[in-house]
Design a protein around this ligand. Structure first.
Ligand code: NAD
Length: 436
């Protein structure tokens, strides 16, 4: 099929590359000229394992192209994906201005092009958008004079995770297609057929809410276990044992029950906030969701309080920070807990030396007055304490004796519970996990 993907971020670029890899002819459009120039030369604008290889392979096969001109992409395509960002506004509401801008551009191209006008096109909203955006996009096209028999708007939310985005896209747990008629649904089903995935057909509004509800549920599991972790600290239980015991119950499940400094990233915090805003603006007060975000925000502060209470003061102390990205295998720093923690450490007078396997270059642009180590060992050299803020695999493999001996005082705050407290004690660390 001929496909156009608008937006070459984590979702758009992965979608474009994977659909090209399935044999489709894909044009990826982005308004960011520098990004497109880079992509033409196979420069991937962010760290995502396996993505570069897939882009290069499909560029060589002439199945994927990168352009800034939306016209060219829209005119020749049967399916047009909108995969632009929907960041949070100050109020928590999703900022859908990029989706609206793109919808207007699509409408203009279809209207102005005689041939394109007559060809049936499916416009797929892959961005995470509030319930009702499908209708908004449809209205924009109809208002531009595009007959509603010539196009359909479909909601196809994306569930990929950064760090495993390519394999998540190629082997999804489910594909959700919200459509108002079976003609559009069948086009999308045909596109995804090679994935052999479970495809569900819902209304557009249900599909839109499935995305927010799913992310909010995952966030709820994290905040729930963090609350249990905080109770564990009061009563002397170990949250890792508690989560394991809970998670073996099939009704609960083990995933997303890892206590720590809370969730971050470009999706969970913003999607919970957007759902709260959506609920409130429709006259409902979502108490659970409000608590989920509040607990998450508190969790970042609690580790600072713990550090201050153990070290007596943070002023003048040198703190090594291991991990900057919001989770392993990505260099995405959007709403990363590490940033809040580092800024708070700095504001309380600590000197910070940070290390991350891939996010250092991006972090340098966001953090003032922070030194960066080339390795984890560099970051803790002569440090008064170390704090682990992301569970990168390489941190699990560190030579902990070497780490301890290069520190001034071997105190570790493990914000992701990646180490065994008993072993850390044997090695000679004063070790503080979360909820243990
Ligand atoms: P991103 O910020 O990484 O990328 C968005 C891209 O869209 C940028 O390259 C930007 O230049 C481009 N863009 C913005 N306006 C444009 C316009 N008018 N024309 C052309 N290009 C334009 O965003 P992302 O992380 O890929 O997220 C995209 C959407 O997918 C969001 O709604 C997000 O919530 C959702 N989502 C993200 C993830 C994730 O893990 N990142 C997972 C599932 C869903």
């Amino acid at each position: 099929m001929k496909i156009c993907v608008i937006g070459t971020g984590y979702v758009g670029l992965v979608t474009g590359a994977c659909l090209a890899n399935l044999g489709n002819e894909v044009i990826c459009v982005d308004k960011d000229q520098a990004r497109i120039s880079g992509l033409k030369k196979s420069v991937i604008p962010f760290y995502e394992p396996g993505l570069k290889e897939m882009v290069v392979k499909n560029q060589k096969a002439n199945r994927i192209a990168f352009i800034t001109d939306i016209k060219e992409g829209v005119k020749r395509s049967e399916v047009i994906f909108i995969a632009v960002g929907t960041p949070p506004k100050e109020s928590g509401e999703a900022d859908v201005s990029a989706v609206i801008e793109v919808a207007k551009q699509i409408a203009k191209v279809i209207k102005s092009d005689g041939k394109a006008h007559k060809k049936y096109k499916v416009i797929v909203n892959k961005s995470t958008v509030p319930v009702g955006m499908g209708d908004v996009v449809t209205k924009i096209l109809v208002e531009q004079g595009v007959p509603d028999t010539n196009f359909a708007v479909v909601s196809n939310p994306e569930f990929l995770r950064e760090g495993t985005a390519v394999s998540d896209f190629m082997s999804p747990d489910r594909i959700v297609v919200g459509a108002s008629n079976s003609k559009a649904f069948n086009v999308i089903t045909e596109l995804y057929r090679p994935l052999n995935a479970h495809i569900i057909f819902t209304t557009i509004k249900s599909a839109e809410l499935i995305k927010y509800a799913s992310n909010s549920f995952l966030a709820t599991k994290i905040s729930f276990i963090n609350e249990i972790a905080n109770i564990c600290e009061k009563v002397g239980s170990d949250v890792v044992e508690v989560a394991y015991g809970m998670g073996l119950d099939k009704r609960i499940g083990r995933e997303f029950l890892n206590a720590g400094i809370g969730y971050g990233g470009s999706c969970l915090p913003k999607d919970v906030s957007a759902l709260i805003h959506l609920a409130k603006s429709n006259g409902y007060d979502p108490q659970i969701l409000i608590s989920v975000n509040r607990t998450n925000e508190e969790q970042r502060k609690l580790i600072i309080e713990k550090m201050e209470s153990v070290l007596k003061t943070l002023k003048g102390k040198t703190i090594g920070v291991l991990g900057l990205s919001f989770k392993p295998e990505t260099d995405d720093l959007r709403d990363a807990p590490s940033l809040d923690i580092i800024r708070e450490l700095r504001s309380r007078g600590a000197k910070v030396i940070a290390y991350d396997p891939v996010a250092r270059a991006k972090a340098k642009k966001l953090l003032d007055g922070v030194a960066f180590g080339d390795t984890a060992y560099d970051a803790v050299k002569k440090a008064d304490a170390v704090v682990v803020t992301a569970e990168w695999g390489e941190f699990r493999e560190l030579d902990l004796d070497k780490l301890r001996s290069s520190m001034k005082t071997p105190i570790m705050f493990d914000g992701r519970n990646i180490y065994n407290p008993k072993r850390m004690k044997e090695i000679g660390f004063r070790y503080f996990g979360v909820g243990r």
